[in-house]
Design a binder for this molecule. Structure first.
Ligand code: RRO
Length: 306
């Protein structure tokens, strides 16, 4: 879908459209990322990578619910030293910006991983300070504004690329966390990661996931994510990528009106396929044309007018 109405500048990245593959959906190979590009995506975010390889949790790691997925993958990843090869290769085949998601078990680990990812060619890094179920990383960092600020400052000092911060909805006040990230130097925010959840098997009378608790994604969390974006936009002027349960152009437009400048799509890609990007882009372009808007930018935050 090529429409000038869809072009955006997001935290100094140029995107031909505002739909972005969310972290965690695809594996690490450039080939799997390529299939997403053919689907018309504007940029891609990789699965989270850290300093050392991790196997992740034992199966079952995903359970389907009526309106979404609950996952507790446990951050499986090959480690940044192995992954830099994939980043370099991806940069030679991907025609869209590549955002590498990084996590760490300390301030230093975030900085080391982000630096290696940026040096390998990542166009931006997204700090995963919101994984809801791995101890001593993810949301244990992102739920504490002081620790979060330390991570963001250290990463900003280590890399010359835009730094995005992916926030958790599992907090009392997401605006306080967003403000801490921005004050520490975040160039953009992604709102939000998954919502803490679980499922129990009535036959075995045990939790379904091996980790018991996981993170809920998909249409069930869309209203929560939308409210988070709306709350953030009221107080923070740093660009936001909306993320959570977006499956249609209407969902995407809702997020723009709430204050997101771009949208990330994850579970819908797992449920459907990469064609979801094209479908959303067509719908958004048609909406903008029908309403006489020249660009996505013109509708960002529009629902806040009084
Ligand atoms: O790997 C995971 O279990 C995981 C991660 Br890193 C995350 O950020 N969010 C999520 O729901 N699962």
């Amino acid at each position: 879908m090529n429409s000038n109405r869809l072009n955006i500048n997001f935290a100094s990245l140029k995107l031909k459209n505002p739909t972005v593959l969310a972290s965690g959906i695809l594996g690490y190979s450039a080939e799997s990322l390529e299939s997403i590009v053919e689907g018309g995506v504007g940029a891609v975010v990789t699965k989270s990578v850290g300093v050392t390889p991790r196997i992740g949790y034992a199966n079952p790691t995903v359970v389907q619910t009526k309106c979404g997925l609950i996952n507790a993958m446990g951050l499986p990843n090959p480690g940044i030293d192995a992954y830099v090869q994939e980043i370099r290769h991806a940069k030679t085949v991907l025609p869209v910006p590549l955002i590498v998601s990084v996590y760490g078990f300390s301030v230093e680990e975030y900085a080391i991983t982000a630096k290696k990812a940026a040096e390998a060619g990542a166009d931006a890094v997204e700090l995963n300070v919101s994984c809801p179920h791995v101890k001593e990383t993810g949301s244990e960092i992102g739920q504490n504004s002081e620790t979060l600020a330390k991570v963001v400052k250290k990463v900003k000092a280590a890399v010359q690329k835009p730094v995005f911060v992916k926030l958790s909805p599992n907090v009392t006040d997401i605006v306080e966390v967003a403000e801490a990230a921005v004050k520490a130097g975040a160039d953009a925010l992604t709102a939000v990661n998954t919502v803490r959840a679980m499922a129990i098997d009535v036959e075995t009378a045990l939790p379904v996931l091996s980790n018991k608790r996981g993170g809920l994604s998909g249409p069930a969390i869309k209203p929560i994510a939308l409210r988070c974006v709306y709350d953030i936009y009221e107080k923070v002027k740093t660009p936001v990528m909306g993320c959570g349960g977006i499956t249609s152009w209407r969902d995407a437009v809702e997020f723009f009106l709430a204050g997101a400048s771009a949208v990330q799509i994850g579970t819908a890609v797992a449920f459907e396929n990469a064609g979801v990007f094209e479908a959303i882009n067509r719908g958004v372009a048609a909406y903008l044309k029908k309403k006489d808007f020249r660009s996505v930018k013109e509708i960002v935050g529009l629902s806040h007018r009084s």
